[in-house]
Design a protein around this ligand. Structure first.
Ligand SMILES: Nc1nc2c(ncn2[C@@H]2O[C@H](COP(=O)(O)OP(=O)(O)OP(=O)(O)O)[C@@H](O)[C@H]2O)c(=O)[nH]1
Ligand SMILES: [K+]
Ligand SMILES: [Mg+2]
Length: 514
């Protein structure tokens, strides 16, 4: 029987960690009756499929489906070398980790399949930690299916389940949990900035940081426990507890700073909210259509055309964005438009970035003045902090301004000129958007690694809360327990960690029992 919970990720299931392939995640379950659900990464598989045992050798097309120049087929498991030898017979195994040109043939018929580059990665120096082979074949569907069928005919080989290579890498300690998540994000990264973020997480930056923090806590805990156990003896150095306090305080500061960054990381994964607003007929819908390169909204000379909030996902300057078109803001209109205005204001409150739009040829009108005095002024008055909204003021219809005439007016806040009609000013607007979005989402090429998942945020907050308990606890045993809880959150973040480390440090740092 396979117990599983579906998770939002298309490739993974949550399975009880008590399944045999996760020995390192198992905890004793004293009652035995409680199904001990802990986070374990598993692949989506039909209930009838065999549970992927560690002995099997798996193979799969690792590059995307469909026509391509080169396709990469991978194997992982103990029979990899055997499969490579059989498909390239009579040649022997190529040099490890060197690309070699080989003729691949079907072992059953001897029929030639392709002349391909093959790479032999003997474990443990491979992506999964097991023996792996890569076949770089010509990308035609016939070649790919021929090689896949040939591999399927080799005894001990079976097609891989979705995500199984990654799961094996995790099971063999090649990737930690945050790296696995980074890899999953990488495969699903839709925009350039998302791709860089996922790459950096995969590189283990977040994991590296967490391990550093966990080590700090392990040391602090070792100090406290050593004091509890051996405080009476005089072979402990002075100030052991004070050292632990100092470490914990520094860690609190670092964690707090990272948690403040958390919303930015999540925006980068799920998209920043950009809302276009302004008085009727400013050209809001024209701008939404221009930025999304498709006719999302109806454009017409009639004021009050847009009523509902129209939302469309777009890639703006490499950042994922949910772009909303809204009703023009004005009072004294019929009930339907009034409802549209109410929805527009509601959406405005949720915006990370506001694109405030005015008709440059109509700045003196009451609706323009009112909009400047209310929406633009109120956002401008917010003190700049991470959580505050950002606003770009765009003066549209610049084509209607006479070239010799005076500019739009000296007492306007900073703004950009645009013509949705001619496209003039669009490059400047895109550049300004890129800067604003980098501030809203964080720029993965320069900023410290962000907490891209709610799970990261949850554990860091849990860690921080436990550190708060540590500071408040008068009793040393409770203080130690608080540190243990805090440390547990960090190690669960990267999916590892054991208690032996603490004992190691106690004996290494204090030479107890000398
Ligand atoms: N000359 C000129 N006309 C424009 C420009 N941008 C939009 N328009 C015109 O202005 C009118 C209103 O444009 P919309 O995009 O519907 O304006 P809106 O702000 O969405 O209007 P509501 O939804 O009614 O609030 C249309 O006739 C557009 O063709 C521009 O840059 N120059
Ligand atoms: K309109
Ligand atoms: Mg509109």
């Amino acid at each position: 029987m396979v117990h599983s919970l579906t998770c939002p990720h298309p490739c993974f299931l949550l399975v009880p960690a008590s399944e045999p392939q996760f020995p390192h995640l198992q905890t004793p379950d004293p009652g035995g009756a409680v199904w001990n659900v802990r986070w374990a990464l598993c692949t989506r598989r039909s209930s009838g499929a065999p549970a992927p045992g560690s002995g099997a050798t798996i193979f799969a097309l690792s590059s995307g489906q469909g026509r391509c120049g080169i396709a990469v087929i991978r194997t992982s498991g103990p029979a990899s070398g055997h499969a490579l030898r059989i498909l390239t017979a009579p040649r022997d195994l190529p040099l490890a980790r060197h690309a070699s040109l080989r003729l691949l043939s079907d072992p059953r018929s001897g029929e030639p399949l392709d002349r391909a580059l093959v790479l032999w990665f003997p474990g443990p120096q491979s992506f999964t930690g097991e023996d792996c082979v890569e076949f770089h074949v010509h990308g035609g569907p016939a070649v790919v299916s021929g090689v896949l069928q040939a591999l399927g005919s080799v005894p001990g080989l079976r097609p891989a389940e979705a995500g199984e290579f990654t799961r094996r890498a995790f099971a063999n300690g090649k990737l930690n949990l945050t790296e696995v998540e980074g890899l999953a994000d990488l495969i699903h990264a839709e925009t350039e900035a998302q791709r860089r973020q996922a790459l950096r997480q995969l590189d283990g930056e977040l994991g590296h940081l967490c391990r550093g923090w966990a080590e700090t806590l392990t040391k602090a805990l070792a100090h406290v426990e050593a004091y509890i156990d051996f405080g009476e003896d005089d072979n402990l150095e002075e100030g052991v507890l004070e050292q632990a306090d100092i470490k914990v305080r520094a860690l609190e500061v670092a964690l707090g700073a990272h948690l403040r960054d958390a919303r930015r990381g999540q925006r980068l994964r799920s998209g920043a909210h950009v809302v276009v607003t302004g008085p009727p007929n400013a050209g809001k819908s024209s701008l939404v259509n221009l930025l999304s390169r498709k006719p999302v909204s109806i454009v017409s000379p009639e004021p009050g055309t847009t009523r509902d909030v129209l939302e469309t996902p777009v890639d703006l300057a490499g950042f994922p964005v949910l772009l909303s078109d809204t009703a023009g803001l004005r009072e004294g209109v019929g009930p339907v438009e009034q409802e549209g205005v109410r929805r527009a204001r509601e959406r405005l409150e949720q915006a990370d970035l506001i694109l405030a739009m005015l008709d440059a040829s109509d700045l003196a009108s009451p609706s323009s003045c009112n909009f400047l005095a209310t929406v633009v002024a109120s956002v401008g008055a917010q003190s700049p902090s991470d959580s505050s909204q950002r606003l770009l003021l765009v003066l549209n219809k610049s084509d209607l301004l006479s070239p010799e005439g005076p500019g739009p007016g000296p007492d306007l806040p900073p703004h950009l000129l645009l013509s949705c009609l001619t496209g003039e000013g669009l490059d400047g607007l895109l550049e300004a958007l890129r800067k604003e979005l980098a501030a809203v989402c964080g720029d993965p090429s320069t900023d410290p690694p962000l907490l891209t998942r709610a799970r990261h945020q949850h554990h860091l907050q849990g860690c921080l809360d436990a550190l708060g308990h540590y500071k408040q606890s008068k009793d040393l045993a409770l203080a130690a327990e608080a540190l243990r809880v805090a440390r547990g959150h960090l190690t669960r973040l990267t999916g590892g960690g054991g208690t032996e480390e603490i004992l190691d440090i106690i004996f290494r740092d204090f030479c107890v029992g000398k």
